[in-house]
Write a protein that binds this ligand. Structure first.
Ligand code: BES
Ligand code: ZN
Ligand code: ZN
Length: 479
């Protein structure tokens, strides 16, 4: 798809193009075009929110998609994101390939141009790789943005973030037997200006990565710790670790079979980090970021790790395995402590589909945020408030630390179902030393199910949650 600023004289062409125009709710909606006004009156369009109409005016050779934004005093940029996304879905049905989008003119043209590009990319994304025929391929090939000022760079940034989000979604949506650690490695190596190194499965033991070694023991696909370095600043790096469980069967503590297919999405944290690396590289961002992805299947087998096993992690701490289904924290533990020791990052951040408890606590639209540094937490909350990627802080305190103490090892990998998101956070806290750290639990937000109500622009399957958030966070750490 081509996204550009509309320049010069544009000739209307009722076959090829459609103008997207937004209106606030009023008794009488007024546009500058008499013919359009007439027709809006006829169809009783008042600009109510979610009211979207396609209006064709053959005598002036123009098509319009009019979009209601609802009441002006209730408006926020999220209103625009949703309205635009819904409108694009309607336009897609018409088969008209070129959209001219006029901006609402409330938040500043650069912000609105950025959102328009970003939302267009994420709305029109399709995971159609495995559909042999009749899949609804988007007919929209061009979005032209009409607004004041120099919008080019904002637009490019939105486009890059949208495309990188989709890059993450493409990997996250892959079937578990094909979206393998090796495939991830290949995708990472396709990102320009990113140096990729891989720690292979046979090195886990000698390096002392007992979590990765244990969880990957019964995996058939070769497990990997993929490290991606994007260095475009001489400052100390930040490190970002994404949980990459290619498929989480639960292992010996096997999950119930109903819904197990969704556990292909247990690689969404790693996918998000992949998308962030891509975005930073395409933007030529002046940052120094190390992305790490511990990647493995979690499967049962005669050689699988077992409940009762004790694993020694990279920093020397030991953990007792109570359930092999709490595998995410075990692999993250090694990746976190490796990143801390190897790169001395000025901040470390992890993103993981870690606990069902987080989904119970915060639902499907808000991710859990934990950390050891309130300043960093506040920074993340601030950035999140400008994106659609909502986060909510959860506590890690001594009661949760107490809950995961083990009688035979330093800690155990579950503290039971109560406070499950927080005890998982308390577990990870053992592996970051004093480095300022943030933990994002995206178990609820990483993908959508048919039954959970979702935002239009998020679509079906993997959402790419975290790509925009962590890219903007990274950039903000180097200003
Ligand atoms: N990948 C799951 C977490 C998960 C569950 C993500 C549901 C999305 C939806 C994780 O590995 C897991 O199984 N966690 C267990 C931990 C428990 C056994 C302590 C859970 O949340 O049930
Ligand atoms: Zn699990
Ligand atoms: Zn898992």
């Amino acid at each position: 798809m081509n996204i550009e600023v509309l320049e010069g004289n544009w000739k209307s062409d009722a076959k090829r193009s459609i103008k997207l125009v937004t209106f606030f709710e009023q008794e009488q909606v007024n546009s500058e075009i008499t013919e359009l006004n007439h027709s809006l009156k006829e169809v009783d369009f008042k600009g109510k929110s979610n009211d979207i109409r396609i209006v064709s005016l053959p005598h002036i050779k123009e098509n319009f998609c009019v979009v209601g934004l609802g009441k002006r005093d209730k408006y926020s940029i999220e209103t625009y994101r949703r309205a635009l996304s819904q409108a694009l879905r309607e336009i897609k049905k018409t088969g008209i390939p070129s959209v001219i989008a006029t901006l609402p003119g409330i938040d500043g043209s650069d912000v609105e141009a950025f959102e328009t590009a970003y939302i267009s990319e994420t709305t029109l994304y399709e995971f159609s790789k495995y559909k042999s025929q009749n899949h609804e391929k988007s007919g929209i090939t061009e979005i032209l943005i009409s607004g004041n000022g120099d919008l080019k760079s904002a637009l490019r940034r939105g486009e890059i973030l949208g495309k990188s989000t989709n890059y993450a979604r493409d990997f996250a949506n892959m079937p578990p037997s094909e979206g393998t650690p090796s495939y991830f490695e290949k995708l990472a190596k396709e990102i320009k200006n990113v140096k990729v190194t891989v720690i292979e499965k046979d090195k886990f033991k000698e390096l002392g990565m007992g979590g990765l070694e244990g969880v990957s023991r019964a995996a058939k696909e070769p497990a990997k710790l993929v490290i991606m370095e994007y260095k475009n600043s001489s400052e100390k790096p930040i490190a970002m670790i994404g949980k990459g469980i290619i498929f989480d069967s639960g292992g010996i503590s096997i999950k119930p079979s109903a819904g197990m297919q969704e556990m292909k999405f247990d690689k969404c944290g790693a996918s998000a980090v992949l998308g962030v690396m891509k975005a930073l590289s395409e933007m030529n961002a002046k940052v120094n970021v190390i992305g790490l992805a511990p990647l493995t299947e979690n499967l049962p087998g005669g050689n699988a790790y077992k409940p009762g096993d004790i694993l020694r992690h990279y920093n020397g701490k030991t953990s007792e395995v109570i359930t092999t289904d709490a595998e995410g924290r075990l692999v993250m533990a090694d990746a976190l402590s490796y990143a801390v020791e190897k790169y001395s990052p000025k901040a470390i951040l992890d993103i993981s589909t870690l606990t069902g408890a987080c989904v119970t606590a915060l639902g499907n639209n808000i991710a859990g945020l934990m950390g050891n540094n309130q300043e960093l937490v506040n920074k993340m909350l601030g950035i999140s408030s400008r994106t659609w990627e909502k986060v909510w802080q959860l506590p890690i305190d001594d009661d949760f630390r107490e809950q995961i103490k083990s009688t035979v090892a330093d800690i155990k990998n579950t503290g039971g179902s109560q406070g499950g998101a927080e005890t998982a956070g308390a577990f990870l806290e053992n592996f970051i030393g004093t480095t300022p750290w943030l933990h994002l639990d995206i178990a609820g937000t990483a993908w959508t199910q048919e039954k959970t109500a979702k935002k239009e622009y998020v679509g079906k399957g993997a959402t790419g949650f975290g790509v925009r958030l962590l890219t903007e966070f990274s950039i903000s750490m180097f200003n």
